[in-house]
Design a protein around this ligand. Structure first.
Ligand SMILES: [Zn+2]
Length: 152
């Protein structure tokens, strides 16, 4: 998910500011004139707002849109930063969508994914190495992206 700054407050404040400034400068205190200035300011600010939206969309690389997939029979979600690094990689429960817990079974050499809410084991992987699953999923994500997105 890309975090966006909420601009609507500034957008509205700027509209009011421009209207006020326009009324003061023009020295015309008629209501219709003020309304016209307000609408004009609103149009200019809305245009700027839309322009910012387009620019922000252009800047967000397309791989930002790929933030969930299924690996090891488990739904994974993650976020990106602009250095193409995967952040907050989390396995989630297919039923209740809460985060799964890892259980490392060193005796059986398995990593189990458990949903505590559903009290259920969702999947298990044949490795008890702590970083194996996460690293493997990260590699799979990158491999998949490289195949589909030549700019990545
Ligand atoms: Zn669950």
């Amino acid at each position: 998910m890309i975090h966006k700054i909420n601009r609507y407050m500034y957008w509205f404040a700027l509209t009011l500011f421009m209207t006020g400034a326009g009324v003061l400068i023009s020295d015309n205190k008629e209501l219709s004139h003020m309304v016209m200035l307000f609408l004009l300011s609103l149009a200019v600010c809305t245009f700027l707002n839309v322009l910012f939206d387009i620019l922000f969309k252009f800047q967000a690389p397309s791989y930002f849109q790929y933030h969930e997939d299924i690996f090891y029979d488990t739904q994974w979600t993650w976020e990106w930063n602009i250095n193409k690094e995967i952040l907050n990689l989390k396995p989630t429960c297919p039923a209740c969508h809460s985060e799964l817990f890892y259980h490392f079974d060193t005796l059986l050499h398995q990593t189990e994914f458990v949903c505590e809410k559903c009290n259920k084991q969702i999947a298990n992987v044949n490795s008890s190495h702590r970083n194996f699953v996460v690293e493997s999923v990260k590699k799979s994500i990158v491999r998949k992206l490289k195949k589909e997105d030549s700019s990545f």
